[in-house]
Design a protein around this ligand. Structure first.
Ligand code: PLP
Length: 414
Protein backbone atom coordinates (compact mmCIF):
# COMPACT_ATOMS: atom_id res chain seq x y z
CA UNK A 1 0.00 0.00 0.00
CA UNK A 2 2.60 2.56 -1.00
CA UNK A 3 2.09 5.88 -2.72
CA UNK A 4 2.90 5.85 -6.41
CA UNK A 5 2.87 8.63 -9.01
CA UNK A 6 -0.63 8.45 -10.47
CA UNK A 7 -3.07 10.83 -12.09
CA UNK A 8 -4.64 13.07 -9.43
CA UNK A 9 -8.18 12.37 -8.32
CA UNK A 10 -10.89 14.64 -9.69
CA UNK A 11 -11.84 15.79 -6.20
CA UNK A 12 -14.36 18.39 -7.40
CA UNK A 13 -16.27 15.71 -9.31
CA UNK A 14 -16.07 13.34 -6.35
CA UNK A 15 -17.40 16.01 -3.98
CA UNK A 16 -20.48 16.54 -6.16
CA UNK A 17 -21.49 12.96 -5.29
CA UNK A 18 -21.55 13.80 -1.57
CA UNK A 19 -24.33 16.36 -1.01
CA UNK A 20 -23.50 16.63 2.70
CA UNK A 21 -20.12 18.18 1.84
CA UNK A 22 -21.88 21.19 0.34
CA UNK A 23 -23.67 21.94 3.61
CA UNK A 24 -22.67 24.32 6.39
CA UNK A 25 -21.67 23.69 10.00
CA UNK A 26 -21.89 26.55 12.52
CA UNK A 27 -22.57 28.94 9.66
CA UNK A 28 -19.36 28.00 7.82
CA UNK A 29 -18.79 25.57 4.95
CA UNK A 30 -18.45 22.10 6.43
CA UNK A 31 -14.88 20.78 6.50
CA UNK A 32 -15.26 17.11 7.32
CA UNK A 33 -12.01 15.70 8.72
CA UNK A 34 -13.42 12.79 10.73
CA UNK A 35 -13.56 10.04 8.14
CA UNK A 36 -11.52 7.64 10.27
CA UNK A 37 -14.53 7.59 12.62
CA UNK A 38 -16.98 7.21 9.75
CA UNK A 39 -16.86 8.28 6.13
CA UNK A 40 -19.52 10.27 4.33
CA UNK A 41 -21.69 8.39 1.82
CA UNK A 42 -22.00 9.12 -1.89
CA UNK A 43 -25.38 9.45 -3.55
CA UNK A 44 -25.02 6.01 -5.20
CA UNK A 45 -24.75 4.30 -1.80
CA UNK A 46 -27.80 6.07 -0.38
CA UNK A 47 -29.68 5.26 -3.59
CA UNK A 48 -28.69 1.59 -3.42
CA UNK A 49 -29.99 1.47 0.13
CA UNK A 50 -33.30 3.13 -0.67
CA UNK A 51 -33.64 1.20 -3.92
CA UNK A 52 -33.39 -2.09 -2.04
CA UNK A 53 -36.22 -1.07 0.27
CA UNK A 54 -38.31 0.46 -2.51
CA UNK A 55 -37.97 -2.34 -5.05
CA UNK A 56 -36.53 -5.54 -3.54
CA UNK A 57 -37.33 -5.61 0.15
CA UNK A 58 -37.81 -9.11 1.45
CA UNK A 59 -36.01 -11.41 3.82
CA UNK A 60 -33.15 -13.33 2.19
CA UNK A 61 -32.55 -17.10 1.87
CA UNK A 62 -36.03 -17.91 3.12
CA UNK A 63 -38.96 -17.68 0.74
CA UNK A 64 -39.39 -18.71 -2.89
CA UNK A 65 -41.42 -15.69 -3.99
CA UNK A 66 -40.24 -13.17 -6.55
CA UNK A 67 -39.12 -10.49 -4.11
CA UNK A 68 -37.29 -12.95 -1.90
CA UNK A 69 -35.40 -14.17 -4.92
CA UNK A 70 -34.52 -10.61 -5.94
CA UNK A 71 -33.32 -9.72 -2.45
CA UNK A 72 -31.31 -12.92 -2.10
CA UNK A 73 -29.65 -12.43 -5.47
CA UNK A 74 -28.71 -8.84 -4.61
CA UNK A 75 -27.42 -9.89 -1.20
CA UNK A 76 -25.29 -12.73 -2.55
CA UNK A 77 -23.99 -10.56 -5.40
CA UNK A 78 -22.85 -8.10 -2.74
CA UNK A 79 -20.94 -10.91 -1.03
CA UNK A 80 -19.23 -11.70 -4.32
CA UNK A 81 -18.46 -7.99 -4.76
CA UNK A 82 -16.71 -7.87 -1.38
CA UNK A 83 -14.72 -11.00 -2.24
CA UNK A 84 -13.54 -9.45 -5.52
CA UNK A 85 -12.65 -6.15 -3.86
CA UNK A 86 -10.41 -7.79 -1.25
CA UNK A 87 -8.90 -10.41 -3.55
CA UNK A 88 -10.54 -13.38 -1.80
CA UNK A 89 -10.69 -16.52 -3.96
CA UNK A 90 -14.46 -17.05 -3.54
CA UNK A 91 -17.61 -15.36 -2.18
CA UNK A 92 -17.80 -18.15 0.41
CA UNK A 93 -14.76 -16.63 2.11
CA UNK A 94 -16.86 -13.62 3.18
CA UNK A 95 -18.88 -13.75 6.40
CA UNK A 96 -21.20 -10.77 6.85
CA UNK A 97 -20.92 -9.03 10.20
CA UNK A 98 -22.08 -5.74 11.67
CA UNK A 99 -18.54 -4.42 11.24
CA UNK A 100 -14.96 -4.88 12.35
CA UNK A 101 -15.84 -5.22 16.03
CA UNK A 102 -18.25 -8.06 15.42
CA UNK A 103 -15.84 -9.70 12.96
CA UNK A 104 -13.03 -9.73 15.54
CA UNK A 105 -15.37 -11.05 18.23
CA UNK A 106 -16.43 -13.75 15.78
CA UNK A 107 -12.83 -14.96 15.35
CA UNK A 108 -12.07 -14.79 19.07
CA UNK A 109 -15.16 -16.88 19.79
CA UNK A 110 -15.65 -19.19 16.82
CA UNK A 111 -11.97 -19.94 16.22
CA UNK A 112 -10.49 -18.91 19.58
CA UNK A 113 -12.71 -20.97 21.84
CA UNK A 114 -11.87 -24.15 19.93
CA UNK A 115 -8.14 -23.56 19.40
CA UNK A 116 -6.77 -21.53 22.31
CA UNK A 117 -6.17 -23.17 25.66
CA UNK A 118 -4.44 -22.68 29.02
CA UNK A 119 -0.90 -21.37 28.66
CA UNK A 120 -1.22 -20.58 24.94
CA UNK A 121 -0.02 -17.16 23.86
CA UNK A 122 -2.20 -14.60 22.08
CA UNK A 123 -0.01 -11.99 20.40
CA UNK A 124 -1.39 -8.45 19.97
CA UNK A 125 0.24 -5.05 19.58
CA UNK A 126 0.28 -1.89 21.64
CA UNK A 127 -1.35 0.04 18.79
CA UNK A 128 -4.64 -1.86 18.69
CA UNK A 129 -8.10 -0.35 18.76
CA UNK A 130 -10.13 -1.63 21.72
CA UNK A 131 -12.01 -3.81 19.22
CA UNK A 132 -8.84 -5.84 18.70
CA UNK A 133 -7.90 -5.96 22.38
CA UNK A 134 -11.00 -6.61 24.43
CA UNK A 135 -12.27 -9.75 22.61
CA UNK A 136 -8.82 -11.32 23.07
CA UNK A 137 -8.70 -10.31 26.73
CA UNK A 138 -12.07 -12.01 27.17
CA UNK A 139 -10.80 -15.12 25.36
CA UNK A 140 -7.68 -15.21 27.53
CA UNK A 141 -9.80 -14.98 30.64
CA UNK A 142 -12.09 -17.78 29.48
CA UNK A 143 -9.31 -20.13 28.43
CA UNK A 144 -6.34 -19.31 30.66
CA UNK A 145 -4.26 -18.13 27.68
CA UNK A 146 -1.56 -15.45 28.05
CA UNK A 147 -1.59 -12.10 26.28
CA UNK A 148 1.64 -10.88 24.72
CA UNK A 149 2.24 -7.55 22.98
CA UNK A 150 4.44 -6.15 20.24
CA UNK A 151 5.65 -2.76 21.48
CA UNK A 152 5.39 0.49 19.53
CA UNK A 153 8.50 2.57 18.84
CA UNK A 154 8.76 6.28 19.67
CA UNK A 155 8.02 7.16 16.06
CA UNK A 156 4.81 5.15 16.13
CA UNK A 157 5.79 1.99 14.30
CA UNK A 158 5.63 -1.61 15.39
CA UNK A 159 8.94 -2.77 16.82
CA UNK A 160 9.49 -5.36 14.11
CA UNK A 161 12.45 -6.97 15.82
CA UNK A 162 10.28 -7.58 18.87
CA UNK A 163 7.44 -8.81 16.64
CA UNK A 164 9.68 -11.44 15.07
CA UNK A 165 11.06 -12.44 18.46
CA UNK A 166 7.54 -12.87 19.85
CA UNK A 167 6.50 -14.84 16.76
CA UNK A 168 9.46 -17.15 17.27
CA UNK A 169 7.79 -18.13 20.56
CA UNK A 170 5.01 -19.59 18.36
CA UNK A 171 1.89 -17.90 19.72
CA UNK A 172 -1.41 -19.48 18.73
CA UNK A 173 -2.64 -16.31 17.10
CA UNK A 174 -1.32 -12.92 16.10
CA UNK A 175 -4.03 -10.23 15.82
CA UNK A 176 -2.85 -6.86 14.59
CA UNK A 177 -4.03 -3.80 12.75
CA UNK A 178 -3.07 -3.15 9.14
CA UNK A 179 -3.23 0.58 9.83
CA UNK A 180 -3.40 2.40 13.13
CA UNK A 181 -6.48 4.56 13.64
CA UNK A 182 -4.39 6.90 15.82
CA UNK A 183 -0.92 7.01 14.30
CA UNK A 184 -1.88 6.25 10.72
CA UNK A 185 1.01 3.79 10.63
CA UNK A 186 0.70 1.26 7.83
CA UNK A 187 2.08 -2.01 9.08
CA UNK A 188 3.97 -4.51 6.88
CA UNK A 189 1.10 -6.95 6.88
CA UNK A 190 2.42 -9.41 4.28
CA UNK A 191 5.80 -9.79 6.00
CA UNK A 192 4.22 -10.25 9.40
CA UNK A 193 1.79 -12.84 8.04
CA UNK A 194 4.65 -14.69 6.38
CA UNK A 195 6.60 -14.82 9.64
CA UNK A 196 3.49 -15.90 11.52
CA UNK A 197 2.77 -18.67 9.02
CA UNK A 198 6.34 -19.96 9.44
CA UNK A 199 5.75 -20.08 13.20
CA UNK A 200 2.44 -21.94 12.79
CA UNK A 201 0.58 -18.87 14.10
CA UNK A 202 -2.87 -17.90 12.84
CA UNK A 203 -3.14 -14.27 11.67
CA UNK A 204 -6.06 -11.90 12.22
CA UNK A 205 -5.77 -8.55 10.46
CA UNK A 206 -7.85 -5.58 11.57
CA UNK A 207 -8.46 -3.88 8.24
CA UNK A 208 -10.88 -1.19 9.48
CA UNK A 209 -8.56 1.68 8.54
CA UNK A 210 -6.73 -0.03 5.69
CA UNK A 211 -9.51 -1.14 3.37
CA UNK A 212 -11.00 2.33 2.83
CA UNK A 213 -7.65 3.85 1.93
CA UNK A 214 -5.78 1.64 -0.47
CA UNK A 215 -5.95 -1.55 -2.46
CA UNK A 216 -6.32 -4.69 -0.37
CA UNK A 217 -5.53 -8.20 -1.55
CA UNK A 218 -6.00 -10.73 1.22
CA UNK A 219 -4.49 -13.49 -0.90
CA UNK A 220 -1.27 -11.51 -1.43
CA UNK A 221 -1.24 -10.49 2.24
CA UNK A 222 -1.46 -14.15 3.22
CA UNK A 223 -3.62 -13.60 6.29
CA UNK A 224 -6.02 -16.14 7.76
CA UNK A 225 -8.68 -13.57 8.72
CA UNK A 226 -9.28 -9.98 7.60
CA UNK A 227 -11.92 -7.80 9.30
CA UNK A 228 -13.42 -4.53 8.09
CA UNK A 229 -16.37 -2.15 8.46
CA UNK A 230 -18.44 -0.80 5.59
CA UNK A 231 -19.13 2.58 7.15
CA UNK A 232 -15.49 3.72 7.01
CA UNK A 233 -15.35 2.86 3.30
CA UNK A 234 -18.28 4.96 2.02
CA UNK A 235 -20.80 2.26 2.97
CA UNK A 236 -23.61 2.22 5.52
CA UNK A 237 -23.19 1.74 9.25
CA UNK A 238 -24.04 -1.70 10.63
CA UNK A 239 -22.44 -3.88 7.97
CA UNK A 240 -18.95 -5.24 7.46
CA UNK A 241 -17.27 -8.56 6.96
CA UNK A 242 -14.84 -11.13 8.17
CA UNK A 243 -12.90 -12.48 5.20
CA UNK A 244 -11.61 -15.96 6.01
CA UNK A 245 -9.12 -18.29 4.40
CA UNK A 246 -11.48 -21.14 3.54
CA UNK A 247 -9.48 -23.78 5.40
CA UNK A 248 -10.06 -21.84 8.63
CA UNK A 249 -13.74 -22.80 8.61
CA UNK A 250 -12.77 -26.38 9.51
CA UNK A 251 -11.29 -25.08 12.76
CA UNK A 252 -14.26 -22.93 13.79
CA UNK A 253 -17.42 -23.63 15.77
CA UNK A 254 -20.62 -21.63 15.34
CA UNK A 255 -20.70 -18.76 17.79
CA UNK A 256 -24.24 -17.39 17.60
CA UNK A 257 -27.16 -19.75 17.24
CA UNK A 258 -30.54 -19.12 15.65
CA UNK A 259 -32.33 -19.06 12.34
CA UNK A 260 -30.47 -19.35 9.06
CA UNK A 261 -27.23 -20.88 10.39
CA UNK A 262 -28.75 -24.35 10.88
CA UNK A 263 -29.28 -27.42 8.74
CA UNK A 264 -31.61 -29.37 11.02
CA UNK A 265 -32.96 -28.50 14.45
CA UNK A 266 -34.33 -31.00 16.94
CA UNK A 267 -35.56 -30.14 20.40
CA UNK A 268 -32.33 -31.36 21.99
CA UNK A 269 -29.70 -30.58 19.35
CA UNK A 270 -28.99 -29.16 15.92
CA UNK A 271 -26.73 -29.51 12.93
CA UNK A 272 -25.40 -26.50 11.10
CA UNK A 273 -25.30 -25.00 7.64
CA UNK A 274 -22.06 -24.74 5.68
CA UNK A 275 -19.86 -21.67 6.16
CA UNK A 276 -20.23 -18.76 5.68
CA UNK A 277 -23.97 -19.04 6.50
CA UNK A 278 -23.05 -21.08 9.59
CA UNK A 279 -21.68 -17.85 11.08
CA UNK A 280 -24.60 -15.63 10.09
CA UNK A 281 -27.40 -16.33 12.57
CA UNK A 282 -30.61 -14.36 12.13
CA UNK A 283 -31.76 -11.85 9.53
CA UNK A 284 -28.75 -10.10 8.00
CA UNK A 285 -28.41 -6.41 7.13
CA UNK A 286 -29.25 -7.21 3.51
CA UNK A 287 -29.96 -3.67 2.29
CA UNK A 288 -26.76 -2.43 3.93
CA UNK A 289 -24.76 -5.22 2.31
CA UNK A 290 -26.11 -4.24 -1.10
CA UNK A 291 -25.28 -0.59 -0.41
CA UNK A 292 -21.79 -1.60 0.69
CA UNK A 293 -21.29 -3.21 -2.71
CA UNK A 294 -22.23 0.16 -4.27
CA UNK A 295 -19.64 1.82 -2.02
CA UNK A 296 -16.95 -0.57 -3.20
CA UNK A 297 -17.97 0.13 -6.81
CA UNK A 298 -17.49 3.84 -6.12
CA UNK A 299 -14.10 3.30 -4.49
CA UNK A 300 -12.90 1.11 -7.30
CA UNK A 301 -13.95 3.69 -9.91
CA UNK A 302 -11.78 6.18 -8.04
CA UNK A 303 -8.83 3.76 -8.03
CA UNK A 304 -7.83 2.88 -4.46
CA UNK A 305 -4.15 3.54 -5.22
CA UNK A 306 -4.99 7.08 -6.43
CA UNK A 307 -7.03 7.61 -3.26
CA UNK A 308 -4.02 6.63 -1.21
CA UNK A 309 -1.73 9.02 -3.11
CA UNK A 310 -4.23 11.87 -2.63
CA UNK A 311 -4.37 11.23 1.10
CA UNK A 312 -0.59 11.23 1.35
CA UNK A 313 -0.59 14.69 -0.27
CA UNK A 314 -3.19 16.10 2.15
CA UNK A 315 -1.40 14.56 5.13
CA UNK A 316 1.87 16.17 4.03
CA UNK A 317 0.21 19.58 3.70
CA UNK A 318 -1.37 19.34 7.15
CA UNK A 319 1.78 18.06 8.87
CA UNK A 320 3.97 20.71 7.32
CA UNK A 321 1.61 23.48 8.41
CA UNK A 322 1.08 22.09 11.92
CA UNK A 323 4.73 21.50 12.81
CA UNK A 324 5.72 25.20 13.18
CA UNK A 325 2.82 25.67 15.64
CA UNK A 326 4.65 23.64 18.27
CA UNK A 327 2.14 20.78 18.20
CA UNK A 328 3.30 17.24 18.82
CA UNK A 329 2.23 14.94 15.99
CA UNK A 330 2.08 11.28 17.00
CA UNK A 331 3.21 8.62 14.55
CA UNK A 332 5.61 8.31 11.62
CA UNK A 333 7.33 11.44 10.27
CA UNK A 334 6.81 10.45 6.65
CA UNK A 335 3.26 11.20 5.40
CA UNK A 336 3.61 8.30 2.95
CA UNK A 337 3.66 5.91 5.91
CA UNK A 338 0.50 7.28 7.53
CA UNK A 339 -1.80 8.43 4.75
CA UNK A 340 -4.90 10.26 5.85
CA UNK A 341 -4.40 10.43 9.61
CA UNK A 342 -2.87 13.27 11.61
CA UNK A 343 -3.22 12.91 15.37
CA UNK A 344 -1.70 15.63 17.49
CA UNK A 345 -1.36 17.13 20.92
CA UNK A 346 -1.22 20.88 21.44
CA UNK A 347 0.80 21.34 24.63
CA UNK A 348 -1.25 23.20 27.23
CA UNK A 349 -4.55 22.80 25.37
CA UNK A 350 -7.13 20.14 26.00
CA UNK A 351 -8.03 18.27 22.80
CA UNK A 352 -11.72 18.90 23.44
CA UNK A 353 -11.05 22.65 23.49
CA UNK A 354 -9.10 22.39 20.24
CA UNK A 355 -11.92 20.38 18.66
CA UNK A 356 -14.55 22.82 19.92
CA UNK A 357 -12.71 25.81 18.48
CA UNK A 358 -12.26 23.99 15.17
CA UNK A 359 -15.95 23.13 15.20
CA UNK A 360 -16.70 26.83 15.50
CA UNK A 361 -15.00 27.18 12.11
CA UNK A 362 -17.06 24.34 10.63
CA UNK A 363 -14.17 21.88 10.90
CA UNK A 364 -15.11 18.41 12.19
CA UNK A 365 -12.28 16.48 13.89
CA UNK A 366 -12.26 13.90 16.64
CA UNK A 367 -10.91 14.51 20.13
CA UNK A 368 -10.46 11.81 22.74
CA UNK A 369 -8.65 8.51 23.22
CA UNK A 370 -9.83 7.13 19.86
CA UNK A 371 -10.68 3.76 21.46
CA UNK A 372 -6.97 3.18 22.00
CA UNK A 373 -6.34 3.94 25.66
CA UNK A 374 -3.20 1.75 25.96
CA UNK A 375 -1.67 3.58 22.99
CA UNK A 376 -2.48 6.97 24.56
CA UNK A 377 -0.71 5.74 27.70
CA UNK A 378 2.27 4.61 25.61
CA UNK A 379 2.67 8.18 24.38
CA UNK A 380 2.00 9.76 27.78
CA UNK A 381 -1.26 11.49 26.83
CA UNK A 382 -4.83 10.97 27.92
CA UNK A 383 -6.39 12.24 24.75
CA UNK A 384 -5.44 13.83 21.43
CA UNK A 385 -7.02 15.59 18.47
CA UNK A 386 -7.28 13.62 15.24
CA UNK A 387 -7.87 14.95 11.74
CA UNK A 388 -8.52 12.30 9.13
CA UNK A 389 -8.69 12.85 5.38
CA UNK A 390 -10.43 10.95 2.65
CA UNK A 391 -10.83 11.02 -1.10
CA UNK A 392 -13.28 13.96 -0.98
CA UNK A 393 -11.07 16.31 1.04
CA UNK A 394 -9.21 19.16 -0.62
CA UNK A 395 -5.83 20.78 -0.15
CA UNK A 396 -7.66 23.92 1.06
CA UNK A 397 -9.29 21.86 3.79
CA UNK A 398 -5.92 20.52 4.92
CA UNK A 399 -4.68 24.11 5.12
CA UNK A 400 -7.87 25.20 6.92
CA UNK A 401 -7.11 22.67 9.65
CA UNK A 402 -3.74 24.25 10.33
CA UNK A 403 -5.25 27.76 10.25
CA UNK A 404 -7.82 26.64 12.79
CA UNK A 405 -5.22 25.12 15.09
CA UNK A 406 -3.11 28.29 14.80
CA UNK A 407 -6.15 30.35 15.83
CA UNK A 408 -6.79 27.99 18.76
CA UNK A 409 -3.22 28.32 19.97
CA UNK A 410 -3.39 32.13 19.74
CA UNK A 411 -6.82 32.26 21.43
CA UNK A 412 -5.65 30.29 24.46
CA UNK A 413 -2.33 32.12 24.62
CA UNK A 414 -4.26 35.36 25.06
N1 PLP B 1 -10.31 -1.19 14.39
C1 PLP B 1 -9.90 0.03 14.02
C2 PLP B 1 -8.45 0.22 13.64
C3 PLP B 1 -10.78 1.09 14.00
O1 PLP B 1 -10.37 2.31 13.64
C4 PLP B 1 -12.13 0.86 14.36
C5 PLP B 1 -13.09 1.97 14.38
O2 PLP B 1 -12.74 3.11 14.56
C6 PLP B 1 -12.51 -0.43 14.71
C7 PLP B 1 -11.58 -1.43 14.71
C8 PLP B 1 -13.93 -0.74 15.08
O3 PLP B 1 -14.77 -0.56 13.97
P1 PLP B 1 -16.35 -0.64 14.13
O4 PLP B 1 -16.71 0.30 15.25
O5 PLP B 1 -16.84 -0.17 12.80
O6 PLP B 1 -16.69 -2.04 14.43
Amino acid sequence: MTATARPALDVAAIRREFPILATEARGRPLVYLDSAATSQKPRSVVEALSDFYLTSNSNVHRSVHHLAERATTAFESARARVARFVGAPAPECVVWTRGTTEALNLVANAWGSRNVGPGDAILLTEMEHHANLVPWQMLAKRTGARLRFVPVTDDGRLDLEAAHARLAERPKVFAFTAKSNVLGTENPVAGLCRAARAAGTVTVVDGAQALPHGPVDVTALGCDFFAFSGHKALGPMGVGALVCRREMYDAMDPWQGGGEMIRRVRLEESTYAEAPIRFEAGTPAAADAVALAAALDFLERCDPAAVHAHEVRLTAIAMEALRPLGVRILGPEDPADRAGIVTFDVPGLHPHDVATLLDGRGIAVRAGHHCAQPLMKRFGVVATTRASFYLYNTEDEAAALADGVRAAVEYFRR
